[in-house]
Ligand binder design. Structure first.
Ligand SMILES: [Ca+2]
Ligand SMILES: [Ca+2]
Length: 176
């Protein structure tokens, strides 16, 4: 008669159907002036100075108005995975300022970085011209754990990103 002389371990490792990637937008509908943390749709934006509400001269008010030049913004995601940037809407604070330059720095899980620099066109802020808002393509920035930038003389709206779920590993161990 066959007898177990010891313990038999069976390890089962499999892939669950991965959760779907989801594209979300931070459109600042719940922003209140004076905060340094704002969360919307699983995205978290943290600043080192107060964020103000930009209530006018945007196609989809409100937006985000920085309280000081050069203040730092850090965008992260709350869903536990990484995120791919898609775009951000930016306009100059007023027409006399001319084109504004910004550099976005994305950090990946392995601490490598990817940078995208943009320049606005200097045109602002007529209603017939989308208030001078431009949508900037940040889709080169994929697999991020954070996105960081220092503000210039601009306001912001509609930060769009795709949330990439963490790898869903199913592991179970049976003991007989
Ligand atoms: Ca908005
Ligand atoms: Ca513009």
């Amino acid at each position: 008669m066959l007898r177990w002389s010891g313990l038999l371990f069976v390890s089962m490792i499999g892939w669950l159907g991965a959760a779907q990637a989801e594209t979300v937008t931070m459109s600042f509908g719940g922003l209140t002036s004076g905060v340094t943390v704002y969360e919307e749709n699983q995205l978290r934006l943290v600043s080192n100075a107060a964020m103000f509400v930009s209530g006018t001269s945007l196609p989809d008010p409100p937006g985000l108005l920085p309280s000081s030049l050069g203040m730092q913004f850090t965008l992260t995601a709350l869903h536990g995975g990484t995120f791919d940037m898609i775009s951000i809407d930016i306009r100059e604070l007023n027409e006399s300022l001319g084109p504004q330059s910004l550099s976005f720095i994305g950090t990946r899980e392995d601490n490598s970085t990817v940078q995208v620099s943009i320049n606005t066109d200097g045109v602002c802020c007529q209603a017939g011209d989308n208030f001078g808002v431009e949508t900037f393509d940040l889709s080169a920035m994929t697999g991020l754990v954070s996105l960081q930038w220092f503000s210039s003389l601009v306001s912001y709206d509609d930060i769009v990103a795709t949330l990439i779920p963490p790898d869903a590993v199913f592991e179970d161990r049976f003991e007989f």
